[in-house]
Design a protein. Structure first.
Length: 66
């Protein structure tokens, strides 16, 4: 539901980059390529990149039911 704070595999902090990644790849007027955004953010490991690319933000959908 919420973006994980740390990578499940290596433990690197990835949660601090989520808002910028989401904005630049989805919400910007001209969305950027996720590969280039992750390179700019300094996320180099494959496991950490997986955490960012494969996350689906469901908190807005599930919140009304709690």
């Amino acid at each position: 539901m919420m973006v994980p704070v740390r990578c499940f595999t290596c433990g690197t902090v990835v949660g601090e980059h989520w808002e910028e990644f989401k904005h630049r790849t989805r919400e910007a007027s001209e969305p950027e390529d996720p590969e280039k955004v992750l390179d700019d953010l300094g996320i180099e490991r494959h496991c950490c990149r997986r955490m960012m690319v494969s996350h689906k933000d469901l908190v807005d959908i599930v919140a009304p039911y709690q």
